[in-house]
Ligand binder design. Structure first.
Ligand SMILES: [Zn+2]
Length: 159
């Protein structure tokens, strides 16, 4: 978790994610990526370091993803959480990468799921936002169109 001073050392770019103002960088922002990696190396504890670097690497290797920093209050302090986000239907969504299967044909693969706690935690309208996320048009299996075992707004079809 970062403080605003730390976030601003990495990126000053702002976008909106479900109406919330978030700081942002994507794989075209080479300087921000370098600053993020430097920050991770020199300031972060092991567990956070691993999680954040994993998200940055994933973003660099897949189109349409970004790292966003969402603010939330914790014990009266505002902290900023680095999240992986994906652009879908004209908005940014916080996602988690999950391994899923198709309930119809058994296809297995990786997807980005937007109905996750990280997407709503700390929001004033936590429940409403989660309900909104559940109303997104989710993708079906890339093989048969069947229902996947989790909610997908991106499917890894590279291999
Ligand atoms: Zn299928």
């Amino acid at each position: 978790m970062l403080r605003i001073e730390d976030v601003e050392k990495i990126t000053k770019h702002v976008v909106y994610c479900g109406g919330q103002k978030v700081f942002f960088f994507d794989k075209n922002m080479k300087e921000e990526i370098i600053r993020a990696k430097d920050y991770i190396r020199s300031n972060m504890k092991k567990a956070t370091k691993h999680l954040f670097s994993h998200r940055v690497n994933f973003m660099e290797n897949h189109d349409g993803f970004a790292i966003i920093f969402r603010s939330l209050s914790w014990r009266k302090t505002e902290i900023w959480m680095p999240c992986l986000a994906f652009y879908y239907h004209n908005d940014w969504f916080v996602v988690s990468i999950q391994n899923v299967y198709c309930k119809e044909c058994g296809w297995k693969g990786q997807i980005a799921c937007p109905t996750v706690e990280d997407a709503v935690i700390g929001l004033k309208n936590e429940k409403e936002r989660m309900n909104e996320l559940y109303r997104l048009p989710f993708l079906g299996c890339p093989e048969c169109g069947g229902k996947l075992s989790s909610n997908a707004i991106w499917i890894d079809t590279e291999d």
